[in-house]
Design a protein around this ligand. Structure first.
Ligand SMILES: Nc1c(NC[C@H](O)[C@H](O)[C@H](O)CO)[nH]c(=O)[nH]c1=O
Ligand SMILES: CC(=O)[C@@H](O)COP(=O)(O)O
Length: 165
């Protein structure tokens, strides 16, 4: 189902684990910062709404979405007590094929961190054809992908905790 047919911000707290004991990392790309800041706020607010505390949320910034790979890798290695990391970026199609390479690299890089690492890394990267699509998905008419990513982070933190026993 396409995003246009749903609301990225919709969640039922009754189906979400309490996040009070979980620690989260959030790595935010500075490219298209108006969009990424909107997604960060959506993620931060959802984590808090589900019980997370400010002291358990750490944020790093990176220049662009391509650097999310290294930033998330370093965060998972610097803070081994984290329960989940959220990678926030916004890639918008330009005139060249660079969009394709950045999107593919970031998707593959975040995938690799999940395969080889011990901490779930949530793919909160908007890969849009134009700015309006990004606006619509970072707090606009289709909701906020940051909110969706926060809920995914909480669920994956709980799965990681449960899978240790
Ligand atoms: N065009 C966008 C970029 N490009 C920059 C790359 O992500 C990277 O920082 C650069 O190639 C240096 O390694 N990044 C975005 O996040 N969004 C874009 O639309
Ligand atoms: C994803 C990008 O790097 C892209 O937005 C840059 O724009 P252009 O392809 O026109 O150089």
């Amino acid at each position: 189902m396409a995003t246009a047919n749903t609301n990225l911000s919709a969640y039922d707290k009754n189906t979400i684990p309490n996040a009070k004991d979980f620690r989260f990392g959030i790595v935010v790309s500075e490219w298209n910062h108006d969009i990424t800041e909107g997604m960060f706020q959506g993620a931060f607010d959802a984590l808090k709404d589900c019980g997370a505390i400010n002291e358990n949320i750490v944020r790093w910034n990176v220049p662009g979405s391509f650097e999310l790979i290294y930033g998330c890798k370093q965060m998972t290695q610097s803070y081994d007590m984290l329960d989940a990391v959220i990678a926030i970026g916004n890639v918008i199609q330009g005139e060249t094929k660079h969009f394709d390479y950045v999107c593919e690299a970031v998707a593959q890089g975040i995938k690799d961190l999940n395969v080889h690492g011990n901490i779930p890394v949530i793919f909160c990267v908007l890969t849009d054809n134009n700015k309006q699509q990004s606006i619509d998905r970072s707090g606009g008419k289709h909701g906020n992908k940051g909110t969706e990513a926060a809920i995914a982070a909480i669920k994956m933190a709980q799965l990681r905790k449960d899978s240790k026993f």
